[in-house]
Design a protein around this ligand. Structure first.
Ligand code: ATP
Length: 205
């Protein structure tokens, strides 16, 4: 099959170096022509904490993706009722002409939870998953967690594990650093860092 679009859902609060690393690994897999970032308007899994507004998360994503035309940002999930369920997003993509199986990109920690998503059987019926390793999630744990939905060989038919070194980076840690006035440095793409980290005052002395 020729390389095609791969959809990358998430909260992106904010987009960080781990997100860009896994998007690049997807592009390097040979299956993917473009990675389409799909920021969730209202993610179902974030435990009620307050998020950066959608428009701000979107702006930071546009900054992060501007340098590479193969990284694109879509507001598709803003068109759907909240919360942002992947099964609904996939159905909307199909209704607009995308041919199943649709490629989905996600981290192993997200895949771990797939059997508990809204209509996970719709998700696996319409999508194939590219999964990135995430520190702390072993492949055996992942297979066992997803087995109720994808037993045995079904896992290998539906899931491809991306070859890449795990990247120790999370939006939670970045928000913690920023809240303490600390600079997340290389955990953020430089353009995003420039937008989020206040500049020290000019030394005019
Ligand atoms: P938070 O810390 O707020 O939970 P996050 O860093 O996991 O956020 P999300 O926007 O929730 O970021 O993640 C979007 C997608 O990117 C998810 O599929 C998640 O598993 C994946 N992801 C995020 N960071 C990494 C990483 N460092 N390695 C692999 N996958 C990642």
């Amino acid at each position: 099959m020729p390389p095609r679009d791969c959809y990358f859902g998430g909260t992106f609060d904010p987009v960080h170096a781990g997100h860009l690393a896994i998007a690049r690994a997807a592009l390097a897999s040979g299956e993917v022509a473009r990675v389409v970032f799909l920021p969730a308007l209202a993610p179902p899994h974030k435990g009620g904490r307050s998020l950066r507004p959608f428009a701000e998360r979107l702006y930071l994503l546009h900054l992060a993706c501007a340098a590479d035309p193969r990284l694109v940002v879509s507001t598709l999930e803003a068109e759907l009722p909240a919360p942002s369920y992947t099964a609904r997003t996939l159905e909307l993509l199909v209704s607009r002409g995308a041919a199943p199986p649709i490629l989905l990109l996600m981290g192993a920690d997200t895949l771990l939870d797939l059997p508990h998503w809204y209509h996970p059987e719709r998700v696996v019926a319409l999508a194939r998953i590219l999964a990135a390793p995430r520190p702390g999630v072993a492949i055996e744990t992942l297979r066992a967690a997803v087995a109720p939905l994808l037993p045995g060989d079904a896992f290998d038919r539906h899931v491809r594990l991306l070859e890449m070194a795990p990247v120790a980076c999370s939006a939670t840690e970045i928000r913690r650093l920023l809240a303490h006035g600390l600079d997340p440095g290389a955990l953020l793409p430089e353009v995003v860092r420039a937008a989020l980290v206040p500049k020290p005052p000019l030394d005019t002395g």
